[in-house]
Design a protein around this ligand. Structure first.
Ligand SMILES: Cc1ncc(COP(=O)(O)O)c(C=O)c1O
Length: 400
């Protein structure tokens, strides 16, 4: 086999170069975790690189519920929902999630990626089309590759560009789907959903919102970006993942009863893949219990986010248009981003860089994100280390 001729070989060359220079920042092996603190190479690090926004991965009720589900149902379902893997707790969870988001019905998948792959390929047949924000998540891009209809892109969060693409295409297709991230996962920016809804209604298009980073976080009790903008009834389909605020793995799509039944019987990543493990289902249900019962959860999250946002302002970082617990730090030079990541690690802070091609060349950043469970002592230490990094590496205060 000739690996060198393969499409991704340049990535391997780059990884080898970084490994040789002790700058490789990926696949760090976590030996132990308490949620906000993890151990790498035997050293404690404060985690500011995860999506555990509500900090529920180690919550006693959540852990106990997962264990009880294993005891009752076993460790796996060993089959698709469609055939032998459909548990009553899958259906109970779907009812709760539909109510939580505010849509009629919900369908849970085994991962968020599978939710997008299955739902989008199901709703976009050969006579339909997709209209994508240019910064949509990789799982949406791969979903568009499975769809039978074409995909057109509009400039990121640019409503003039979206209107132009809509005007050019609405009369050429049966169903036109505008697909966007609700929260953009690298910059923490929100999609301009109220404006997107206005345009969709003007041109008779439908919306698919990927709320992977919004569910659990935005809106009342974290029910998502649709609630945040008060547009729940005006968006046809909304997806969320359980790999972030819901402390587990899996995904959900919500919408009208007809649409969800259609996806249930046509989404191949749903029908031809084993169902969510019982422990994961129980984890998500237990997270919903905590969200319902703990009135301080979101207050703690947003207080932590405010502390970090203010701290970053004082230090003088450029943090894009972040309006969520994801707060990126613009670094610029790729090598500098890698050295800053190493510096953070050496000083007990776990954060990850985002490098080209995930961001444009010269726009490397460090993606940081915060949890309801971070203590103010932990966040104070993070700010101290970042302040040292700012001076050591002359991190810019503006985008260019
Ligand atoms: C915006 C977005 N959509 C979908 C996914 C896929 O979710 P999962 O990790 O549950 O497969 C992710 C995960 O990174 C994401 O950030």
């Amino acid at each position: 086999m000739n690996i060198e001729s393969m499409r991704g070989y340049k990535m391997i060359q780059k990884a080898n170069l970084l490994r040789a220079n002790n700058l490789y920042p990926f696949f760090r092996s976590i030996e132990d975790s308490e949620g906000t603190v993890v151990q790498v190479d035997g050293i404690d690090q404060i985690m500011i690189g995860s999506n555990n926004y509500l900090g529920l991965t180690h919550h006693p009720h959540v852990v106990e519920s997962a264990i009880k589900a294993i005891e009752k149902y076993g460790t796996g379902c060993t089959g698709s929902r469609f055939l032998n893997g459909n548990l009553s707790i899958h259906e109970e969870l779907e009812d709760r999630l539909a109510t939580y988001v505010g849509h009629e019905k919900a369908l849970v998948f085994s991962t968020g990626m599978q939710t997008n792959l299955g739902s989008i390929s199901a709703i976009c047949g050969p006579k339909d089309c997709l209209i994508f924000d240019s910064e949509n998540h990789a799982s949406l891009i791969d979903s568009s590759r499975l769809a039978l209809g074409p995909t057109f892109k509009y400039k990121h969060n640019n409503m003039e560009s979206l209107e132009q693409v809509l005007a050019e295409n609405v009369n050429r297709f049966n169903n036109v789907w505008i697909v966007t991230d609700g929260v953009f996962s690298m910059t923490g920016e929100l999609a301009l959903l109220p404006e997107v809804v206005e345009l969709a209604e003007k041109y008779g298009a439908h919306i698919y919102n990927d709320d992977a980073h919004g569910i659990g976080v935005m809106g009342k009790k974290g029910s998502g970006t649709l609630d945040h903008f008060d547009i729940v009834d005006r968006v046809a389909l909304n997806m969320g993942t359980f790999s972030k605020s819901f402390a587990s793995i899996g995904g959900v799509v919500t919408g009208s009863a007809d649409m969800i039944d259609y996806i249930k019987h046509t989404a191949r990543s749903f029908m031809f893949s084993a169902s969510m493990a019982p422990s994961a289902v129980a984890t998500v249900a237990a997270c919903l219990d905590v969200i319902e019962e703990d009135n301080t959860l979101h207050e703690r999250l947003w207080n932590n986010v405010a502390m970090m946002r203010n701290g970053f302002k004082e230090i003088g970082f450029y943090t894009y248009n972040s309006q969520t617990p994801i707060i990126p730090i613009f670094i610029g030079d790729e090598m500098k981003a890698l050295m800053v990541t190493n510096f953070l690690k050496d000083n007990g802070v776990f954060a990850t860089p985002v490098l080209p091609p995930a961001v444009p060349k010269g726009e490397a950043l460090i993606r940081t994100s915060y949890m309801a469970s971070h203590s103010s002592a932990e966040l104070t230490k993070v700010l101290e280390v970042l302040n040292m990094a700012k001076k050591e590496f002359d991190i810019p205060a503006t985008l260019h």
